[in-house]
Design a protein around this ligand. Structure first.
Ligand code: DMJ
Length: 557
């Protein structure tokens, strides 16, 4: 009897679960088709790769794209052979390491890059691995919500959107559902981490959540709600946005820490870098993803850019390099992080998709985008290795307020725009001697932000110099970071030969190599009007809410 029961109970649970899944999916299946652009995009990409491989003459740029594709193959094959099923490759010793749940992170983060590069055999093999994944954790292990969402869930949703492989959506739905208890806090702001088996959650920053971690799940959960028809996904993520709409910000700037109990801001620290970075992206991008149908986050984006340019944008005293920093109360740190180099790309995207932005603001945002992207580039070109430091402390003016970008711009306007080039936009040459900063984190962690911005600037402005700069960085990566097994983070950027760190973060395959490939392919593989990149560079297709969804999810209600 006991044996019979032991056999029957799992069967009964499975049947009930399938029945529930079926019932809850019903409206979705009737009224929530795949976004219309998914099918044609799949075919188009496929034809594009076919055409490239058979007929077309290679161009200078398409050859460069092929080099990046080869680099991806080298990195992924090294991971596959020496690290899978571990999360990441140790590229110096040729072994594996688990540092994000132990489910094979690099494979999940790489799926859509494989598809975009036309590596379909590699993709199919990886999908087989995904199909067997259960997302289980030991009792004492916890999955960090933010990283799991942007890398695993984002990777699955994007790969599904590009390939249409149903199991990718099934796994995304499994994972999205397992992570949901993080939102069960008094305020609705998400907890730091969760055990996917027990549903038990864990704090990361005591009672607080970082702004970036609270906000960077809207794209993933809204797309998941759209694909599955499950309103809970929309409602949980939108409740977080509601808190943002109800908050009085300081001149458009959101603080970096929030109290999970009362849902109120918990500090006076404002930043573009760590703790805040991707939140800025998700304000603009969730408006784009849902067919520009939810204007409130767009308005918050415009306000936050206003706050950033007014309070956090400075130029350095010697070469007048434009940079963004952070501020605690009134105190400016003058720290400049590699992480902040996503901002120029976001500003360029904003100019491209916001036709109603007043002309003066468009001009200002594009100036900021170009000036910042050039500084990001110089931080690479200034180093012996040609690779950019993770963090710098910028030199300051006396008095400090002189360096504020808007102060300098106003003066330049009053003087009748001398030289025609706004402060912070002059493309001064690199130097190894008289730098305007000291390096505070002397490592290049294979991060994507600078390349990401070059890609977006290239697509928005058509200026080929951004592609050339991207190529220089790729050459430096090839020269200093490549190992027998993959690619390694680089330490001490001004000493040769390069010192390697035994780490190849999954974002190198998800983001850095993807943006490089997209920067060099002559075809616009991911048109910016039809696709939105999540913060881990996973492209999601733009969609429109159906009338059923609007009613069921109470959108705009
Ligand atoms: C990535 O995981 C994401 O881009 C995230 O938003 C911030 N940083 C890393 C890469 O640097």
């Amino acid at each position: 009897m006991r044996r019979l029961l032991t056999r029957r109970i799992p069967w009964a649970i499975a049947t009930l679960f399938s029945f529930w899944s079926f019932i809850s999916l019903l409206p979705g299946e009737l009224d929530v088709p795949l976004p219309q652009n998914v099918e044609p995009m799949r075919d188009w990409l496929h034809n594009q790769h076919l055409a490239n491989s058979t007929h077309q003459q290679p161009t200078r740029w398409s050859k460069r794209a092929q080099h990046v594709r080869d680099a991806f193959k080298h990195a992924y094959k090294g991971y596959q052979k020496h690290a899978l099923p571990y999360d990441e490759l140790r590229p110096v010793t040729g072994s594996g390491v688990n540092n994000l749940n132990g489910w094979g992170l690099t494979l999940f983060d790489s799926l859509d890059t494989m598809w975009l590069m036309g590596l379909h055999d590699m993709f199919r093999e990886a999908v087989g691995f995904v199909a067997k994944t259960t997302f289980e954790l030991e009792e004492t292990q916890y999955a960090p919500f933010f990283e799991t969402v942007i890398r695993y869930l984002g990777g699955l949703l994007s790969a599904y959107s590009l390939s249409g492989e149903p199991v990718l959506l099934t796994r995304a739905d499994d994972l999205g559902g397992m992570l949901l208890p993080v939102f069960n806090t008094a305020s609705g702001l998400p907890m730091f981490a969760i055990n996917t088996v027990s549903g038990r959650t864990r704090q990361g920053w005591n009672l607080y959540v970082l702004w970036a971690e609270a906000i960077s799940n809207q794209l993933e959960y809204k797309l998941l709600a759209h694909y599955t028809g499950r309103s809970v996904y929309y409602k949980k993520t939108e409740a977080v946005m509601q808190l943002m709409y109800d908050t009085n910000t300081t001149g458009g700037l959101f603080p970096t820490m929030w109290n999970m109990t009362d849902g109120q801001p918990a500090n006076q620290h404002h930043s573009v870098g760590a703790f805040a970075d991707s939140a800025h992206e998700y304000l603009l991008k969730q408006w784009l993803l849902t067919g520009k149908s939810e204007p409130k986050p767009r308005d918050l984006y415009i306000q936050s850019v206003h706050g950033i340019l007014k309070n956090l944008a400075y130029v350095s005293p010697k070469r007048h390099l434009l940079y963004v920093t952070d501020m605690t109360g009134e105190t400016i740190s003058h720290k400049f992080e590699h992480l902040s180099c996503f901002l120029p790309g976001l500003l360029a995207l904003g100019v491209h998709v916001l036709p109603d932005l007043p002309q003066k603001d468009k001009e200002l945002h594009l100036w900021a985008a170009k000036g910042l992207a050039y500084t990001c580039y110089l931080t690479y070109a200034d180093q012996e290795t040609g690779l950019g430091p993770d963090e710098m402390k910028m030199d300051q003016w006396t008095p400090m307020s002189e360096g504020r970008w808007l102060t300098q711009l106003e003066r330049w306007e009053q003087q009748g725009r001398p030289s025609g080039v706004p402060p912070g936009l002059e493309e001064v040459p690199p130097t190894q001697e008289e730098k305007d900063y000291s390096v505070t984190k002397d490592s290049y962690l294979l991060r994507p932000e600078t390349i990401e911005s070059f890609y977006l600037l290239w697509r928005v402005t058509g200026e080929e110099k951004w592609r050339e700069r991207g190529w220089k960085i790729f050459e430096a990566i090839e020269k200093h970071a490549r190992t027998e097994y993959g690619y390694a983070s680089v330490l001490m950027l001004n000493s040769l030969p390069a010192h390697l760190k035994d780490e190849m973060p999954s974002w190198f395959l998800a983001e850095t190599l993807k943006y490089l490939y997209l920067l060099f392919t002559d075809e616009d593989l991911i048109p910016l009007n039809d696709w939105v990149f999540n913060t881990e560079a996973h492209p999601f297709p733009v969609f429109n809410w159906s009338s059923w969804e609007k009613k069921e999810y109470d959108i705009g209600g």
